[in-house]
Design a protein. Sequence first.
Lengths: 336, 372
Amino acid sequence: MMTLLHNDFVLEMIRLVLYAVGLIAFAAFNAAYLSLLERKIPSWFQLRYGPKEVGWWGLLQPVADGIKLLTKQLLVQRGADVVLFKLAPAMVVIPAIMCLATIPFSETLVPRNINLGLLVIFSFSAIHVIGTMLGGWASYNKYASIAAARVVAQNIAYEIPLLLILVSLVMITHSFNLHTIVDQQAGGFWRWNVLRLSASPLMPVAFIIYFICMLAESNRAPFDMVEAESELIAGAFTEYSGMGFGLFFIAEYANIVVGCALGTILFLGGWHCPFGLLPGLHWFLIKMYFLCFTVIWVRWSFPRTQFYGLLNLSWKVLIPIALANLMITAIMLKLF
Amino acid sequence: MSIEAKSIHRETFVINLGPQHPATHGVLRIKLTMDGEYIDDAEPIIGYGHRMQEKMGENRTYAKFLPNTARMDYVAALFNSQGYVGAVERLAGITVPERAEYIRVITAELNRVASHLLWAGAFLIDLGGFTPLLYTFDDREQILDLLESVTGARLTFCYYRFGGVCNDIDDEFVAGTRQFISRLRSRMPMYHALITKNIIFRKRCEGIGPITADVCRRYGGTGPVLRGAGVAYDVRKAEPYSVYPQFDFNVPVYPEGDCMARYRVRMDEIVESLRIIEQALDKLPAGPVMAEKVPRFLKPPKGECTFTVESARGSFGVRAISDGTDKAYRMKLRSPCFSNLSLFQECSRGMLLADALALLGSLDLVIPDIDR
């Protein structure tokens, strides 16, 4: 037995399983409790209590919701493409959880420290678009089809400024490795990438663009064209019931967590303390959940944009600024 | 190789918006012929909530039909009662005591404020912003509490009677109303900061869904829809009824004709209504609230009359024809929502779905008022 534990391969396998289980649990836990916060936080804005009956402070509400979703029948409507219809939720939720695999939560807690971590995240996060589109398309529902068409246009429009920002960031940090990127930001908030004005004076703007694109990529309000409940009922998810809908729900929150975690890593110094004290997992979580809070805050403060307004924002505002940022970064790198 | 416009395959599809759809606020069905996200044709299909109110008005005695009027435009129920009661009083030649008219104006204007507040919240929900609804509901709740204390109901008021009102208002109501006026006045800047100045809200409203005065004239659009198109037509000014000539108030007019203009008209009307209520409370005369000698079984003499009031949604008209019996021979109810909906088909042509829903929301439709 002891010899078995000393076998590197076995240890690696144990590590793999632990991380896989841990990440899925982390994603599911976040989906459950962010959905509770999604109901609690706006209740503070909106002069009401939010869930408070199930468990103390409504803490068991996500459990009740989960049980409800699990016991509902999975309906597939006549005319729908059954295979794609059932595959779509998985195609949305799996990449979202996969993205978490390269996130360095702290100095030592990194599921997979890959040199091209940033690229891995962006490859996987592009897949969920296809999942949502297929779900809408396979539903055989006109509202869902409109939403499917919207999600493609929206995600293409917002992936471009997002990637332009990241290219300029990679130019500054000289690395795709998330662990290295965080390490460079040690020593206090003035060394975070968001304030790295010596590299590019547009860095704070770049962070804002990243945040907007992240909202749009995870289809959150005010860019929730895919769901748009007052126009398209539930958009691409109209025909989904039970856990099929639940998986889309988990994916939405997993995407928010990935987006906020990445924002923390790329711009806000990851696990480093703003004042150079006690670095660790807690700082990472504080920053990440603050960004999550902001996502929820924005959702309940703004009405939904128009679809063409959304595209205009990307093509006419964000992409030019992101390009300018790229140019300035390149010039600054060349000069200094 | 050139691409000819003809060779591009163009296909439209039909979407049923409703009868159950979050944006229709009731059982309204709109058959949309869509070209992608653009609307080719929007045909409203109404009647899901048809209850034959007009026929009921002809089959019941005048007094028995009175509670029905509150079930048409239930968001601003007092205006329907006001129109109906006014028409019957005109038919029967009943003079209403001045105090009763004042109370009618106070309660009706409170109802207008409540209706506009509800609309502002619901309109924001149509645009995807949920939060303002709960703030406007908070204010509307105060009005409903006030109205409940005098009418006994919170939504389907049956407060006006032929010849007056059924309950006198007390000092508590007057004090509460004054308190509410100052409360809402202090909250109006908050609404403007939260909603009017919101950049996304403005982008979704300015220039969206233009309705011209000509369209209003052809379809009979009235109320904030007409005033948002630049026509200063308000029944309270144009054909004054009740004691409205005694009050000093403005008719807000915005010439743009877009959703923003209609929004601004309604927000300004809230302020004007508060002014009217305040003046009415100041001038409130003493005296009875019911006319004397109103017969228990009303049999108006042969004749016909029309009575129009400015409801929260436009002009609500009642045309009653009496044949001398205790039931009306003809009871025509002109609903403002019906006319306002009918212009939707023409105005929404070529619009994007999301913008058309903003236009639909800005018309402030109450579906049971359309179907009657």
